[in-house]
Design a protein around this ligand. Structure first.
Ligand SMILES: NC(=O)c1ccc[n+]([C@@H]2O[C@H](COP(=O)([O-])OP(=O)(O)OC[C@H]3O[C@@H](n4cnc5c(N)ncnc54)[C@H](O)[C@@H]3O)[C@@H](O)[C@H]2O)c1
Length: 320
């Protein structure tokens, strides 16, 4: 199996999952700010550093693909605030990079697993057949890629599936994202900036559940472009989650309300055709807090990042 973007947050959890199932995957990753070899410590894999936008990735896939014939792609620019700040990077990686991988799938005939997101449905509750109504540059880039996957299945007959998880949380998530930001800033004794009224609702799923469910989907996929939603089924507002983190940590979380993220979706919500169990949010948060408490070495070098430090990071002037 080849896991692209395997040095990121969900990708590295998936590497651990396939190791548990006795598989040693090939991990391909560019190692952007979000991808770190530290995330793969203790896993069994072969590593190749490469960019999904490059021509070189075709040769790597050709050479390595014979090992398994399944290529799972987690690689993406993933932070909505960054997409508001600089959308072009999201188009080149999340759209053009994916089309480049689809071209490779056309040539080398592997089974392509595309990891998408619940954000493509916009604020409406989507089942697997619902129309896509993305709001942010991030979700627009992800929705575009999904449409290209479908177009390649229909036009060229490539073998592919699309998987749409909801908001993931757990160990090794980059501190720019809500849950690690709340935990780390509270450990540092700092306030946490909350966008708008804090009542935007997300559907939360523990990352190890996502990794397990993705693997189970691979075993039953028909490879005809079908879509699988993976909601956590636990919809809570940002403020509710922040409160729960404070309870789990046994500390007061200091909140500062700041202006809302432009175009902010009020909620995400998905329905799925799959059946599975997930970790209750409070238990998942307990494990997550414990991991960040025990792994300061992992996050301490990252806290200068402007998407962690700034209250309204999308307002920071774009550097050329
Ligand atoms: N985190 C979530 O809550 C969530 C929810 C739903 C869907 N998703 C999707 O799941 C996937 C993984 O998300 P994540 O949170 O683990 O992301 P992440 O930002 O932690 O990791 C992304 C990985 O992709 C790599 N990458 C980026 N650009 C690349 C390129 N051009 N070539 C090769 N590698 C590149 C990075 O180095 C990094 O390792 C993404 O497709 C994301 O859209 C994430």
């Amino acid at each position: 199996m080849i896991i692209i973007g395997g040095a990121g947050f969900i990708g590295s959890a998936f590497v651990r999952e396939v190791n548990r199932r006795g598989i040693k995957p090939v991990v391909i990753d560019l190692l952007t700010y979000a991808g770190r070899m530290e995330n793969l410590i203790g896993t069994n894999h072969d590593f190749v550093r490469a960019d999904i936008r490059s021509e070189e990735i075709h040769n790597i896939l050709k050479e390595k693909e014979s090992a398994s014939n399944v290529v799972v792609n987690f690689a993406a620019e993933t932070h909505v605030d960054r997409s508001i700040y600089k959308p072009q990077d999201f188009v080149t990686t999340n759209v053009i990079g994916v089309v480049n991988l689809l071209e490779a799938a056309r040539k080398y005939d592997f089974n392509y697993v595309h990891i998408s997101t619940d954000e493509v449905y916009g604020e409406e509750c989507g089942d697997e057949d619902s129309p896509l109504k993305p709001s942010s540059p991030y979700s627009a880039s992800k929705a575009s890629a999904d449409l290209f996957v479908k177009a390649y299945v229909r036009t060229y007959g490539i073998k592919a599936i699309i998987i749409r998880p909801s908001n993931n949380y757990g160990p090794r998530q980059f501190p720019e994202k809500l849950i690690p930001k709340v935990i780390i800033r509270t450990l540092m004794g700092e306030y946490v900036p909350i966008y708008g009224d804090g009542r935007a609702e997300r559907d939360w799923i523990y990352v190890e559940d996502t990794a397990r469910i993705i693997y189970d989907i691979l075993e039953m996929a028909e490879w005809r472009g079908e879509v699988y939603n993976i909601p956590g089924g636990q919809r809570y507002s940002v403020l509710d989650v922040v409160k729960m983190i404070g309870e789990v940590m046994g500390r007061e979380v200091k909140i500062k309300f700041v202006s809302d993220r432009p175009g902010h979706d009020r909620r995400y919500c998905m329905i799925t055709k799959l059946k599975y169990e997930v970790t209750p949010l409070r238990e998942g948060l307990r494990r997550t807090v414990e991991w960040y408490l025990n792994n300061r070495w992992w996050w301490e070098p990252l806290i200068k990042d402007k998407f962690f430090v700034e209250d309204e990071p999308w307002k920071v002037k774009v550097s050329k």
